[in-house]
Design a protein around this ligand. Structure first.
Ligand code: ADP
Ligand code: ADP
Length: 226
């Protein structure tokens, strides 16, 4: 599904140049949930932004289903840590969720139906016509997740998605992610600095070494059954 080869990235040039990624190789199979962990500043966000096509890496390549990612922007969605900046405050919750679907050519009625369906899945069916600022932080992050789900991406990228919510909400959102992921058989790359979280939600935990980031470990997780 996702093929990252010899990916490197250097910010700036000359004496102020800073190499954040030092040549990463990583393959992610369809339906896998891979967590990327590592110390703050090691290059996790740079890796995710390169995969998302939000920055152009200075070396290497990223293929999504065999196609360079910058040529398949419609096949992935991103959920960021900072939900307060990713939702438009002047748009209703349903309009926030359905906005990207215009790019897929869906008409207004289809978009509304997709948005309501996705909101239902994250337990926010009743909040469709509210505004983001009327919701708690955890609920706003659910809206961001619903927006990603409605888009039906092959690959979902999540950058510290539960880093700004309280502990109980964090657990709820982790379980929600596992549920929707099973439901859609989605491939997910999730960044976290929380080892416990990575082991709980991930099928695989990839550990990045300190900057410039390289792969220090790649572990398959087999949680004991309850
Ligand atoms: P992490 O997500 O693991 O905290 P980042 O990918 O955000 O790490 O950052 C990796 C390194 O690259 C850090 O040293 C950071 O300061 C540096 N960095 C990140 N973004 C930029 C930027 N836009 N310009 C220059 N340096 C940056
Ligand atoms: P995180 O650790 O949560 O990934 P940071 O606090 O390292 O995020 O970075 C926040 C923002 O600041 C990012 O957009 C990153 O690109 C930018 N940034 C980080 N380090 C630098 C830097 N040395 N120079 C310029 N921008 C940076």
């Amino acid at each position: 599904m996702l093929e990252i080869s010899n990916l490197s990235h250097t910010y700036g040039s000359g004496p102020s140049a800073h190499t954040a990624l030092g040549g990463i190789d990583l393959s992610v199979a369809e339906g896998e949930l891979v967590c990327i962990v590592g110390p703050s500043g090691c290059g996790k966000s740079t890796l995710l932004r390169s995969v998302a096509g939000l920055i152009t890496p200075t070396g290497g390549r990223v293929l999504l289903k065999g196609v360079p990612v910058d040529q398949t922007p419609d096949d992935l969605a991103v959920v960021f840590q900072d939900y307060s900046r990713s939702l438009f405050p002047w748009m209703s919750v349903a309009d926030n969720v359905s906005l990207p679907l215009r790019r897929k050519g869906q008409d207004k009625r289809q978009r509304r139906r997709s948005a309501l369906d996705a909101l239902e899945q994250v337990g926010l069916g009743g909040a469709a016509d509210k505004y983001p600022w009327q919701l708690s932080g955890g609920m706003q992050q659910r809206v961001s997740i619903a927006r990603a789900l409605a888009y039906r991406p092959s690959l979902l990228l999540m950058d510290e998605p539960f880093g700004s919510v309280d502990a109980q909400t964090r657990e709820d959102l982790e379980d929600l992610t596992l549920r929707v992921r099973r439901h859609h058989n989605m491939t997910i790359l999730l960044i976290t600095h929380d080892i416990d979280e990575s082991v709980y939600v991930g099928d695989r935990v990839v550990v990045l070494s300190k900057s410039p980031a390289g792969i220090a470990g790649d572990l398959r997780v087999d949680l004991p059954s309850p």
